[in-house]
Design a protein around this ligand. Structure first.
Ligand code: PLP
Length: 392
């Protein structure tokens, strides 16, 4: 059938590179996957139980478009306690269907056609398409392994134009695990003020920083709250990907604009998920810390194994990904991933799925059981050792 019946701006968007790759993975048997950006843990029982109780009590209806008052109050308390930013639950917080919806609502609320959005790359696969679908122009700013993939203001200065309206940040970063030192974050805040930009900060991995490293949100820096949208959710730290629940906090005028789109497109997030999210925020810290400690051990193991195998890999300070440098193998990211899958049945994601600056790298997720990680590392070691024969 003719593809011309699909709107042009949708036709022009490529499918996610991860999705294409995982269709191949799913067609194979016995694959160890370090490919998925999803916790291998089931949502902690007390959170699931809270949702079950709410169903038993007959809570099955719509909620306020902004989300239940109880959840918005819990979010305000949590964000104040852990991120040191105060938001009014009445008009500065909206509950969304994951951070994914929050990103979409934010971009659609802020961008006029042709407005430019700066974001650091390699980055989460949805940023560039979401900007385009909102009528904006994505402008990627590359980050580099020599800087452990942190973002440099000098690179932002080279990319900014009079059309730039928004700066998107994601620290810790998917796919590199990068974090931003506070001093660097302050420079980025000054850059946003200088160029009068709205900042979208995707905080989805912010609980997952390791070795006692404190996380700083740009929203908490002086003068930033009024120009920042703080986007967060439950998928990663609380192992709640399937609940599809997240939130945005920010200036009341932007939240009101986001609410208008949300009320017509989504109406509200599911009430069961909102009940579960309250439990996560109010009593989920201990279970979250337990998962985090497990991630830390896995990270240490995978980083030392990859380095021993001759694949340079820095120790990422956050999220649950490592981003090793595979250039010494002589293979492209895609060939490395395809050949590893074919020869050793281990799935990793080519770095190019996260933008062209990911060439020369692959993403391995350590949100997989330790036994799987150990087996995968053994197989990667064998694969790398045999590459001259494999690649010829
Ligand atoms: N932002 C980043 C950086 C992500 O890595 C992901 C998922 O992998 C999302 C947002 C989507 O989060 P959610 O499940 O809350 O929609």
């Amino acid at each position: 059938m003719s593809s011309s019946r699909i709107a042009e701006h949708v036709r022009n968007i490529p499918r996610s590179g991860i999705r294409d790759f995982f269709e191949i993975v799913q067609s194979m048997k016995g694959v160890i996957s370090l490919g998925i950006g999803e916790p291998d843990f089931v949502t902690p029982w007390h959170i699931r139980e809270a949702a079950i109780y709410s169903l038993e009590k007959g809570k099955t209806g719509y909620t306020s478009n902004l989300g239940t008052p109880r959840l918005r109050r819990a979010i305000a308390k949590y964000v104040e306690q852990y991120f040191a930013v105060e938001y009014n639950p009445h008009d500065e917080i909206i509950v969304t269907v994951g951070v994914s919806e929050a990103i979409d609502l934010a971009l659609r609320s802020l961008l006029n056609p042709g407005d430019e959005v700066l974001y650091h790359e390699p980055c989460y696969v949805s940023y560039s398409p979401s900007i385009q679908l909102a009528g904006g122009v994505p402008v990627a700013v590359s980050t580099h392994s020599k800087d452990e993939f942190s973002l440099k203001v000098s690179d932002l200065e080279k990319a900014v134009t009079p059309k730039t309206r928004v700066l998107m940040l994601n620290f810790p970063t998917n796919p590199t695990g990068a974090v931003m030192p506070l001093e660097e974050l302050k420079k980025i805040a000054a850059f946003a003020v200088k160029h009068d930009l709205v900042v979208l900060t995707d905080e989805i991995y912010s609980e997952l920083t390791y070795d006692e490293l404190p996380h700083h949100s740009i929203a908490a820096l002086p003068g930033m709250k009024e120009r920042t949208l703080f986007l967060h959710g439950f998928s990663k730290a609380f192992a709640m990907t399937g609940w599809r629940i997240g939130y945005a906090c920010g200036p009341a005028d932007i939240i009101e604009a986001m609410m208008k789109i949300h009320q017509y497109s989504m109406l509200c997030a599911s009430i069961m998920s909102q009940e579960a999210a309250c439990e996560a925020l109010e009593r989920g810290q201990r279970s979250m810390e337990r998962m985090k400690e497990e991630y830390r051990l896995r990270r240490n193991y995978i980083v030392s194994s990859l380095n021993e195998a001759g694949i340079p890999c820095h120790l990422p300070k956050g999220a649950f990904y490592v981003f090793p440098d595979i250039r010494a193998t002589g293979l492209s990211s895609k060939d490395f991933s395809l050949q590893l899958l074919d020869a050793k049945k281990v799935a990793v994601v080519p770095g190019t799925a996260f933008g062209s600056s990911g060439e020369g790298y692959v993403r391995c997720s350590y949100a997989a059981g330790m036994d799987q990680i150990k087996l995968a590392c053994e197989r990667i070691t064998e694969f790398v050792r045999d590459i001259p024969r494999t690649a010829s």
